[in-house]
Each structure stands twice: as C-alpha cells, then as structure tokens.
Ligand binder design. Structure first.
Ligand SMILES: [Zn+2]
Length: 346
C-alpha cells in the first residue's frame, strides 16, 4: 500500500469549496501513471486510462471534507463559525483546530465551559475559536470571513491494521479510486476508466455533476465510506451489518443498478473477496446520486469502506478493507467489456 500518498491526502486540508490542496496532490500523483489527467473549472481532478475508448467506467471519491467556516470576528478576538456539511457541533469544544487563511495556517483552541460540555443540543452558533488574539483587530489582521477550519488532529496507526484520522470521509475514497485506476492499468484493463477526486460532495455533490457530465460514463461507481456497526451504540438493523475488516460494502437500493452490482459480485467471486452489504432507501447521499442524473442517465452503484465514528476527528478504519476495495475495483475494470449489456432482461 502506498502509505506516502495516503498520508499526504490525510495531511492536506480540504473543506468543501477549498479542496485545492488535496486536488493538487492527486493531480501530481495521477500524472505519474494515468494516460490523461484533467482538472475542471470546479477543481475536481479526473485521471483516465484508455481515454480513446468511448465506453468508460467512472469511479468517484470525494476530495472534500466537512468542517467550519469563519463568519464573524468578535470584539474580544474570538472567531464565530458556521458549519460546512454534516458536522457534529458537540465534537468541537476542547479541541485544537487549524484555520486556513490567505497568509497560511493559524491555530486555535475551541472554547469549552462547564455549560457547553454538558449541552447535548449545542449548535455551531455556540462554537468560539480562541486564536490567542486579544482584540478583533489582532484577529482580523490574519483571519478573513470564509476561512475554513478543521480539527488539528493527526492520523495514527492503531493496533492490527487499523488507523485513525479525520477526513477518512472521503480521502480514503480518493485514495482507493486512484490506486484502483493505477492497478487496472498495470493489469491491462482495456475499457476506458476514470477516477475522479470530486469537490463539494458534502454540500450537494456538485463537483461530481460537472465531472460526470463531461465524461459521459457508461457506469458510475461512487466510492465512499459507510457506518461500521461493529461498535457500541450502533444498530445493524438500521441499514446493514457492517464490520471493520469484513471487506468492501456494496449498496443495494431502488436507485442502484442491479446489473452493475451483479458484475461487481462476479468480480469479487473471481478474486475471492468477501463483500458486505448495506441498503439505502432511495438517495444514497453519495456522488452516485448526482452522477446517475447526468447525460442520458448513468447506471451506478456505491462501493464503501467500513468506517467507525464518521464525521468525527478520530474516524477509524481497517487497511485490509482499503486494499480489498482497490483490488476489487481494478478486477472489475479488467472484467468489463465495451459491449456489456446492463439491461436486466430482453
Ligand atoms: Zn463521504
């Protein structure tokens, strides 16, 4: 596993709308192996192999992460913020954060008090960031409205093959789609295939809309993370029994293309990779929901990496799931042929 690339992706900051540090890493990396690498007007990077083949499979992992943006600087120098994406405000008090400003990164501590510590209903409006400034003027000299905020946490390797980091959602998806494309090329895939590091998934998936509209893929695969249910306070009855180390998770639901799932299942069988399943009742809340609505419609599925503690500063996953997902996607790309019929019958 290319941990150097993975660690670079996890170290970069990329709250929705400010993903360019991540996209630049992807662009540089993909340029070493892909037949073409493009960046579009939104900033999403797409790497392609066999670009001359019209039949294309598009894999998308989203480069953006949830976070905060500065909305106001108070007279005492504290920063006020609003959320970007589905953050949990209660995870912020007492944490160190990073603010990405036009003159570089500055650091802050999130205010905590006895009241806040016991306020289970606190909203983002209660978050105050202390950057050490004694006045609004001092803070304003460095921080601008709209600057983004992320947890100042590190990735760490845990016992076994587990790791913790912020933003595994969905930096790990970006890692997987790029590594799968690279592996598919090495294994001699003959169809066209693209890996997109999409912007803006956490706030409406507009990046994937631009990318898929330009690519016109025959099949779309959103590669994202999903809730593991093998830890306390989770319920497998909600959407599926998902274990860390149990393998890639394939989504079933009314919007998912059954034939695409069947093809992926056949590739998993051939590679002796165990799949896990989850269900979605309609929208999958991934790039797939948007990719499918481009062009004349794109059959799609969602392949996920099991993740504990999603949208927290310390998400946890198993690297074996990551490896298996890369292997499966590369195998699937090699198994695809340009004349495959994805109709359920007829
Ligand atoms: Zn995600």
């Amino acid at each position: 596993m290319n941990k150097e690339f993975l660690y670079k992706l996890l170290s970069a900051r990329g709250v929705s709308g400010s993903e360019m540090p991540v996209e630049k890493i992807v662009y540089e990396y993909a340029s070493q192996f892909a037949d073409s690498v493009d960046v579009d007007v939104m900033g999403s990077v797409t790497a392609t192999i066999n670009p001359e083949i019209p039949f294309k499979v598009m894999m998308a992992g989203h480069a953006d992460e949830i976070g905060l943006q500065v909305t106001h600087i108070e007279s005492d120098g504290f920063l006020r913020v609003a959320k970007i994406g589905g953050i949990y405000p209660t995870t912020y008090p007492g944490h160190k954060v990073r603010i990405e400003t036009k003159s570089g990164t500055i650091y802050g501590a999130v205010l905590i008090s006895r009241d806040l510590a016991s306020d289970a209903n606190m909203g983002a409006d209660k978050i105050r960031i202390d950057i050490g400034a004694a006045s609004a003027e001092e803070a304003k000299a460095l921080v601008s409205i709209g600057d983004t905020v992320t947890f100042d946490t590190d990735y760490r390797e845990l016992l076994g093959d587990r790791m913790t980091s912020r933003a595994f959602d969905d930096r790990i998806g970006v890692f997987v789609v790029m590594e799968a494309l690279k592996l598919a090329k090495e294994q001699g895939a003959v169809i066209g295939a693209s890996a997109t590091a999409s912007v803006g998934e956490e706030v409406g998936a507009f990046g994937a809309f631009f990318s898929a509209s330009a690519l016109k893929p025959a099949i779309g695969i959103a590669v994202d993370v999903t809730w593991a249910t093998d830890c306390p306070h989770t319920d497998p009855a909600n959407s599926g029994d998902v274990k860390l180390g149990g393998g890639p998770v394939l989504c079933k639901g009314p919007g998912i293309a059954r034939m695409v799932n069947e093809c992926i299942e056949a590739s998993a069988d051939a590679l002796d990779i165990k799949l896990q399943y989850e269900v979605s009742g309609g929208r999958t809340h991934t790039d797939g929901d948007v990719i499918t609505r481009t062009g004349n419609g794109v059959p799609f599925t969602v392949l996920s990496i099991p993740l504990r503690y999603m949208h927290s500063p310390a998400e946890v996953l198993s690297l074996s799931d990551v490896e298996k997902t890369i292997e499966l996607l590369a195998g699937f790309l090699c198994d695809c042929s340009a004349n495959m019929d994805l109709r359920p019958f007829g």
